[in-house]
Design a protein around this ligand. Structure first.
Ligand SMILES: [Zn+2]
Length: 364
C-alpha cells in the first residue's frame, strides 16, 4: 500500500498556508512511495480560519480536482505528522488513497443509510461532532448501530466561535456547515489502526479509588481524594486561582482493577480511559447543573449541562462557560444562606454547622 500524502502549515493568511500544504502534497505525490491519485481528503483547520472555512474547502477542491471527496473539521488546536498547531492559524490536509466503494461520506444532509441485506455495510467511521448538538449521545449510538463493529472514532469540533465541519462528496458545491455530525464511514476492506492522540503522561503514582459516590471519587487509597490531588499536583487551596489552572491542565486516567495502567516505558496503557477532572455538584439544582427541569443529577435529572461540555466551553474561552459556573456559584451561596437562616430560625444552627462540616469532609 502507498503512503497517504500529508501537508500542513501555519500562516496568518490561509491562502499562504494552503499553498505551502499543497506544495508538500504535490511533492509527495510525485514520489514512488506515495499514492499518486488519492480520492478522499481530510481537511482540518484551526479556528483562526473558521470564518473562511468554505473558501478554504473551495480552494483545495479547485487545486486538487482529482480528489472527489472531503471530510474534516475545525479545532482550537490541530496536529499533523510530527507537528502540533495550538491557537495559531494553521491547516492540515491528508489525502487518503481508498477505492470509492470502500467509504461513504456522511453528514446531517446526507446521513449514513441503515444497512440493508446485501447492501453497503460500514465497519467503522471517522466522526466529527459539534459538542452542542442536542441528543448527541443518541445520535452517536444510532450511528454506531449502522456500523458492523459498532465502533466510532474521531473528535469534537472546537472553536471560540462557530466550528465548521467539512463533508463534500463528488461535484456538489458547498460542503461546509456548522452543527451536527459528519465524517466518513469505512468498509471492512479498509484496515484502520486507531490511536488516541491526547499524548498523556502519568504525573503521579497509581492510586486506587477506595470510595466513590456515582462519578465523584471521594477517597484514594483510603485518604480524602482532594487531599491526594492537592499533594500530587503541588497545589494548595490558599491559592485557588493557581490551583484551578493546574487542575484544568490535569486529566485522570481510569482503569479497571485487573488492567495494567502504565507500560514499561512509563506511558499509559491503551485500556486507560482519560477523563477531565471537574468539580460541579451532582446534587445541585441550579440551571447549570440541572437545566430547566431543576432536577439534580443525583435525582435522575439529565437536563443540566454536562461536565464535558462545561470543560469544552472553558477550554475554548467561550463566555457561556463563566456564565454557567457563575450561576452555579451564586445558587450555591444563596442556598447556603437560606439554609443558615432556616437553621437559625429553628434554633438548630449547631446541628446544621456540624452536618455542613461533615459533608464537606466527605467531599460533597
Ligand atoms: Zn450547580
Amino acid at each position: 500500500m502507498k503512503l497517504f500524502p500529508c501537508g500542513h502549515a501555519t500562516h496568518p493568511q490561509w491562502r499562504m498556508a494552503a499553498g505551502l500544504s499543497l506544495a508538500q502534497l504535490r511533492a509527495q505525490m510525485a514520489l514512488p512511495a506515495y499514492a499518486s491519485a488519492p480520492r478522499l481528503g481530510l481537511l482540518y483547520i484551526t479556528d483562526h480560519y473558521a470564518s473562511e472555512a468554505q473558501a478554504i474547502l473551495d480552494h483545495v477542491r479547485a487545486e486538487l480536482p482529482g480528489m472527489s471527496d472531503w471530510v474534516g473539521t475545525t479545532g482550537v488546536g490541530i496536529c499533523a505528522h510530527q507537528a502540533e498547531y495550538w491557537d495559531e492559524p494553521a491547516l492540515a490536509i491528508m489525502l487518503c488513497d481508498l477505492p470509492p466503494e470502500h467509504y461513504r461520506v456522511f453528514s446531517g444532509l446526507a446521513p449514513l443509510p441503515v444497512p440493508a441485506a446485501g447492501g453497503w455495510q460500514a465497519r467503522t467511521a471517522l466522526v466529527h461532532v459539534e459538542p452542542q448538538t442536542p441528543e448527541l449521545a443518541e445520535l452517536l449510538a444510532e450511528l454506531a448501530e449502522r456500523t458492523s463493529d459498532g465502533f466510532l472514532f474521531g473528535g469534537l469540533a472546537s472553536a471560540r466561535g462557530q466550528a465548521p465541519q467539512f463533508a463534500a462528496q463528488g461535484q456538489a458545491p458547498g460542503g461546509c456547515f456548522v452543527g451536527g455530525l459528519s465524517g466518513v464511514a469505512l468498509a471492512p476492506e479498509v484496515q484502520a489502526m486507531i490511536r488516541l492522540t491526547q499524548g498523556c503522561q502519568p504525573v503521579s503514582a497509581v492510586h486506587t479509588i477506595t470510595r466513590a459516590d456515582d462519578l465523584v471519587a471521594l477517597e484514594l487509597d483510603g485518604e480524602p481524594a482532594l487531599e491526594v490531588l492537592l499533594r500530587e499536583l503541588g497545589i494548595t487551596l490558599d491559592e485557588p486561582q493557581k490551583a484551578i489552572a493546574v487542575v484544568r491542565q490535569t486529566l485522570a486516567g481510569l482503569s479497571l482493577p485487573q488492567q495494567a495502567v502504565v507500560d514499561r516505558t512509563g506511558h499509559l496503557q491503551q485500556d486507560v480511559r482519560v477523563r477531565h477532572i471537574v468539580g460541579l455538584d451532582p446534587s445541585c439544582t441550579c440551571h447549570a447543573c440541572a437545566g430547566t427541569s431543576g432536577v439534580s443529577w443525583n435525582q435522575g435529572g439529565r437536563d443540566g449541562f454536562s461536565r464535558a461540555y462545561l470543560h469544552h466551553l472553558d477550554r475554548c474561552g467561550e463566555m457561556l462557560g463563566p456564565m454557567l459556573t457563575t450561576i452555579h456559584n451564586l445558587h450555591f451561596y444563596l442556598n447556603l444562606m437560606r439554609e443558615v437562616r432556616e437553621s437559625l430560625d429553628a434554633g438548630q444552627f449547631s446541628a446544621f454547622r456540624a452536618q455542613f462540616k461533615a459533608d464537606r469532609a466527605r467531599g460533597v
